[in-house]
Design a binder for this molecule. Sequence first.
Ligand code: GUN
Length: 285
Amino acid sequence: MTAQLIDGKQIAEIVKAEVAAEVAILAEQSIVPRLVAIIVGEDPASQVYVRNKERACLKAGIAGDVVRLASSITQSELLDQISALNHDDSVHGILVQLPLPAHLDSMAVLDAIHPGKDVDGFHPENVGLMLQGRPRFLPCTPHGVMKLIQTTGVSTVGAHAVVIGRSDIVGKPMAALLVQKGVDATVTICHSRTRNIGEITRQADILIAAVGIPEFVTGAMIRPGAVVIDVGINRREDRIVGDVQFESAVQVASAITPVPGGVGPMTIAMLLRNTLTAARLLSGQ
Ligand code: GUN
């Protein structure tokens, strides 16, 4: 058996077109959603992500600006920048690209973003609302993964979803979305310290790899017929690989996301959707 490929690029295009159409309607009331992304330092991967976000905004009719700051910036200078954007009524969405240089306190930086402009959904108020099942902004990557799972047609109700990874950005919110009422999966969270992890992953009807270790999940760790979602983006000298060893996994799974072209494009599409939501909420539309 060879798995069906889940085409995140194509599904993201559909979401982006929907957002663009809604942005055009909002523009009739002279409201143009505006996202400002802050990037600190020169991390090459982060530079690529931010450039892709900027391009996607412009294509959808969203004003996308990037504030580029030197890695030598102090915590209080960065907080001042965020405060200025919080008070700027023309800005609907604020995003601080992670990871930040080690001398900066990421948690305090994320706490400083106006919760109504927190299009990443990382502010504790938005995390809390999401956990309670009344989200303002769903975190972009887990939301994108939920969309991809939906498109496979596989029912999540009563299914065993195993999430590998416990980050605040993906693993923890991913588990929270899968377990919520209406989705109704039974969720197990594994991570790099989990014992006998293969025994657990082989029980998964839906397996989500977000552990940040290249090709961590092999075909032997996958239950035949499972849906496999690979959130990993790991740079090798010659190519990008996911957290799943694609060549062995594709022989076992029923559906699998490629890397690149799977989850990555969905994250950006969901960011655009959140920026539109922020513009609507802040402008009372
Ligand atoms: N770094 C890796 N993923 C993300 C994301 O979704 N948002 C931000 N701000 N930084 C990231």
